[in-house]
Write a protein that binds this ligand. Structure first.
Ligand code: ZN
Length: 354
């Protein structure tokens, strides 16, 4: 029944019919996991799900479980079906961050209904994760931790960054997770200075190794980063960078709590890095929400007055990058609870891998 409750939470807040088209939102609202569908949600609480024949059987099942929803299956001309769906409407709200300009223009042309932009209506509801969602996030985080726990063994098998990336994926899959829709970042040596480096056929070497990866469980993502020094005495400079990032990350995690502005968490992280003289080398935001999407609301960025809420799951991931030398990022997932926050990822945070 959680889908009915979610639909209800959406429709009570609407002042015009909304055509939900973002797939992550359709998954959240009605459990649809296909690649083509539209949900017309009306302020009176009723909904129509519109999809094509490939999904008819599954869609019937989903809609049957929803008291105020009906189903419309498109024929070969999708716009004809859309016209039927929007039949009596002068205006319809679209998810402006999820449709193309072309879609909005064609909708106006073919259906005579005026599209109106809205932003983030369903995403706002998605922020408060319920128990079942937190369960999925926990299992996804645990699979990521299992992969990190297997690192020493994986390194024995892997000779390149790309090998290790596959190794991490393999452990997460064995732990019951699905492969995420993004590839692990495995960056050895100076490549670690590139925040979104892609694993390549580069040898792993002996020194710095930055990992940023995740998986999904029930559609819910995990996201974590660790940076380790593989063998021998770590470089002095990188050790100092590591200390700065580790301290700033702890300050960020400690700052997370209900009612706290996202910008204040960012500032807590930044303050520590500033003290070390590395603020300029911190070139991205402090963190992001994580759920059905790997990056979702809220965003922990500089100056954001958006307040954290109970049920938000956010990453805290400061990084310092010294071009051509190397970089350090440490990232954990944090659940905002009514009485304190909980770090969902549990991997150790020592610099030197033992
Ligand atoms: Zn992240």
């Amino acid at each position: 029944m959680q889908h009915a409750a979610r639909l209800n939470a959406l429709t009570v807040g609407l002042d015009a019919p909304l055509l939900v088209s973002r797939l992550s939102n359709l998954r959240y609202l009605i459990g649809f996991t296909g690649t083509n569908g539209y949900l017309l949600a009306r302020p009176d609480g009723t909904c129509v799900f519109f999809t094509d024949g490939r999904y008819a059987e599954k869609a019937e099942e989903l809609v049957a479980g929803l008291p105020a929803a009906s189903l419309l299956i498109s024929g070969t001309d999708m716009w004809e079906g859309m016209g039927e769906l929007l039949n009596d409407l002068d205006r319809v709200a679209l998810e402006s961050h999820g449709v193309t300009w072309d879609f909005a223009e064609t909708l106006r042309e073919k259906t005579g209904t005026e599209p109106v932009p809205t932003r983030g209506l369903v995403e706002e509801l998605r922020r408060a994760k319920d128990e079942e969602e937190v369960g999925c996030l926990r299992r996804a985080a645990a699979a990521g931790d299992a992969a990190f726990g297997a690192l020493a063994g994986l390194l024995e098998q892997a000779s390149t960054e790309a090998d290790l990336a596959w190794g991490l994926i393999g452990v997460m899959r064995d732990g019951g997770a699905d492969v995420a829709d993004w590839d692990p970042i495995v960056a050895a040596g100076p490549a670690a200075s590139l925040p979104h480096y892609e694993a390549a056929d580069q040898p792993l070497g002996q020194g710095l190794l930055l990992l940023d990866y995740g998986c999904t469980v029930g559609g819910y993502h995990s996201d974590m980063s660790r940076t380790v020094w593989l063998e021998g005495e770590p470089d002095d400079e990188m050790e100092r960078v590591y200390r700065a990032v580790a301290e700033s990350q702890q300050a960020g995690i400690a700052a997370v709590g209900p009612g706290i502005a996202c910008g204040d968490v960012d500032e807590a992280v930044r303050q520590v890095l500033r003290g070390y003289g590395y603020e300029e080398q911190f070139v991205h935001g402090t963190g992001h929400g994580v759920g059905l999407e790997i990056h979702e609301a809220p965003f922990l960025r500089r100056g954001s007055e958006e307040a954290l809420q109970v049920g938000d799951v956010v990453t805290v991931e400061p990084g310092v990058y010294l071009p051509a030398v190397g970089g350090v990022r440490i990232e954990d997932m944090v659940l905002v609870g009514a009485d304190g926050s909980e770090v969902l990822t549990a991997s150790p945070r020592e610099f030197v891998l033992r």
